[in-house]
Every structure is written in structure tokens, then in C-alpha cells.
Design a protein around this ligand. Structure first.
Ligand code: BTN
Length: 242
């Protein structure tokens, strides 16, 4: 892939910055813009959340691609970036799992978050902005007891540019598999958190125990409760308590 890297000292959000570029011009030249920053003044998390990160300590980056796959297959992008982060961490000796739909966990703590913003036209995914916040060298997470970083685990201080380059290598590998959805699905499910044990889930005001059996082609979570009853949930419909 022909990555075109842009590094900024400060930006509102790398996702918003990349969105403001003339992406069609990059795509026409087969270039893949990648924007990273030392600091974000309005880092965005999933839903209404913000993404806080101390200056220069963590990887904050966005990649813009034009996958041209069917809109219904768009969750493949989430699988691809999730697997890329899991492989990246593995290359540093860190075991991680994917928490559906957009977190990477080490143990039960979050090491990375993913924010994907898609544009669909005529049933084709024409643009996908993939934002990644990877906790790298930050050791203290005030008021975020469920966060962890690479440095916290290994005691090593990482060069953020090296980490970024490695992540792009893994991303390129998985993105090249995009036509092999079966392979991606199999590896994804085997790296998913919550497939081996029962966890408590909250749906509206109900709590129930369930185990993940799969994530379907639309990215929906498939659960089975202790009685063997099966359920399918869309994003944000259900919360895992962990
Ligand atoms: C989440 O877990 O809620 C998703 C967090 C995504 C954060 C990254 S940091 C780089 C990119 N720019 C943003 O504003 N958000 C994403």
C-alpha cells in the first residue's frame, strides 16, 4: 500500500483532519493517507465519548481507505484493523483480545480503541476512516481504572513512529486478505474476548449470562445463554459487564 503519512503536533481529531483532506485525490493516485498527532484537542471515542491522551505518549492515528466492498460487508474493516492491532501487540510479546465491537483488551483492561467512520454510496463502501488510539507509553490513567498500555505491561518506552510503521505493515497484510472473508472471520472469532466463558450482559433493563458464539457477516453479536437460547444483537444494543 502506498501510505502517505502526515504527522501533526496538535489537531482537533485525526479522524476529523483526514476527513477534511481531498480524499478522492489521494484515492485516484492509489495513495492511502495516514494522519497521526502528538495531541488531540477533541479526540473522539465511540458514541458520545471523548478520547483523552497525554501529549506524545500514545499512538493517535487515522487511516483513510476506499475499500469498494459491498456496504453490507463493512464490518470487515473493523475485523481487519482489530486483527492488525492484535498482531502488532503479539509482535511486542503482548497477548490481547478483541472486545466486540471496537476495543482491544489485555486481560480485562483496554489497551486500544477503534473509531471507524464510513461513507456508503450506492450500496458500496466508498470511504472508511479508521481511527486508532493505542495506549503506548502512558503509565497513569487518572479516573480510567480499566485502561492499560504497552509500557505498563512491558516497562519499555516505545518509539511511536516505529509502532505506527509496524501497525501499518500488519494492516497492509490483513487488508490484502479482504477478499478472503472466511479467513478473516475465523481468525477474528479465535481472537475474540468472551467466547470461552459466560459473562453478564445488559439488554435494556435486563441482565443475563451468555457466551459469544460468533459475530455474523453484518458484525452483529451472536450470544447463547445458559439454557442454550440464542440471541443476535446490533451495535450498542447490548453491553457486556466485565
Ligand atoms: C473508542 O474506544 O471509543 C474509540 C477511540 C478512538 C480514538 C482514536 S485516537 C485517533 C482517532 N482520532 C479520534 O478523534 N479518535 C480516534
Amino acid at each position: 500500500m502506498n501510505f502517505e503519512k502526515i504527522h501533526l503536533q496538535e489537531v482537533d481529531s485525526t479522524n476529523d483532519f483526514i476527513h477534511r483532506l481531498e480524499l478522492n485525490e489521494f484515492f485516484a493516485q492509489n495513495k492511502v493517507p495516514v494522519v497521526s498527532a502528538d495531541y488531540q484537542t477533541s479526540g473522539k471515542g465511540a458514541g458520545q465519548n471523548t478520547w483523552q491522551s497525554i501529549e506524545k505518549l500514545n499512538l493517535l492515528m487515522s487511516i483513510a481507505i476506499n475499500p469498494l466492498i459491498k456496504a453490507k460487508d463493512q464490518f470487515l474493516i473493523s475485523k481487519i484493523i482489530s486483527l492488525s492491532i492484535v498482531d502488532l501487540l503479539k509482535s511486542y510479546g503482548i497477548e490481547s483480545h478483541i472486545k466486540w465491537p471496537n476495543d482491544i483488551l489485555v486481560g480485562r483492561k483496554k489497551i486500544a480503541g477503534i473509531l471507524i467512520e464510513n461513507v456508503v454510496s450506492s450500496d458500496i463502501l466508498s470511504q472508511s476512516i479508521i481511527g486508532i488510539g493505542l495506549n503506548t507509553n502512558q503509565i497513569y490513567f487518572d479516573n480510567l481504572p480499566k485502561s492499560i498500555s504497552m509500557s505498563f505491561i512491558t516497562n519499555i518506552t516505545y518509539n511511536l513512529e516505529d509502532v505506527q510503521n509496524k501497525l501499518l505493515e500488519h494492516f497492509e497484510f490483513w487488508y490484502n486478505q479482504i477478499k478472503n472473508a472466511d479467513i478473516i472471520d475465523n481468525v477474528y472469532i479465535s481472537n475474540l474476548f468472551g467466547t470461552n466463558d459466560f459473562f453478564e450482559y445488559k439488554y435494556k433493563n435486563d441482565f443475563f449470562d451468555a457466551k459469544i458464539t460468533n459475530v455474523d457477516e453484518f458484525g452483529r453479536l451472536m450470544l447463547e445463554d445458559r439454557n442454550g437460547a440464542k440471541f443476535v444483537f446490533n451495535f450498542k444494543e447490548v453491553d457486556m459487564i466485565y
